[in-house]
Write a new protein. Structure first.
Length: 188
């Protein structure tokens, strides 16, 4: 009996098993690290930046045609707060994006008006487009800013339909979402 051959085969088998276990362990760890969470929760914690949506982050429902003056005070109100309860400064980007989960014919963005933090009313499609090849997947920039540790910022967004909307689009739906993306940095 050749013991060196048996010992070599057993060693190869043990090393191969250890490598296989290591690959499985690394794969599971990577999967858990990159886990995506989805749900209807209205509080999102990103690191130590907490975003609380009052009434949700989906924009739609009973949005009616209004003049700019009336829309700025009476348009559908969406509010949220951003709180940095961490130990380092953060920066964030607030955007408004087309909601692809809603079915139906979408109202063209040129007829949707918004006023962010009581600012001047603007048509949605006149905001800076961050991404998207058409209105069904468009993402528009509302604000980029920084927030220091311990600070809380409250934001509002009013949304309405332009009073110059043609009758040909009556019955179309408004389907948008407010998104907040954060990044830890040395924000001011």
């Amino acid at each position: 009996m050749n013991y060196s051959n048996i010992f070599r085969k057993q060693t190869t088998l043990i090393v191969g098993s250890i490598c296989l276990l290591l690959i499985v362990f690394l794969g599971i760890s990577y999967a858990l690290f990159n886990k995506n969470l989805e749900g209807d929760k209205l509080v999102v914690n990103t690191g130590d930046l907490k975003v609380t949506y009052t009434g949700g982050n989906q924009i739609g429902g009973d949005i009616i045609p209004l003049s700019d003056a009336d829309g700025k005070t009476s348009g559908s109100l969406y509010s949220f707060s951003i709180n940095n309860n961490g130990t380092i400064n953060s920066s964030y980007t607030i955007s408004i994006a087309a909601d692809s989960t809603v079915t139906g014919t979408k109202l063209p963005h040129q007829y949707i008006k918004v006023s962010y933090d009581d600012g001047n009313p603007v048509a949605l499609n006149s905001l800076t487009k961050m991404s998207g090849s058409n209105e069904n997947d468009a993402v528009y920039l509302l604000k980029q800013s920084g927030i220091v540790t311990g600070a809380t910022e409250n934001h509002t967004l009013r949304v309405w339909i332009s009073d110059s909307v043609p009758t040909s689009v009556v019955g179309n739906v408004v389907a948008l979402k407010i998104k907040v993306l954060s990044e830890v940095n040395g924000a001011k």
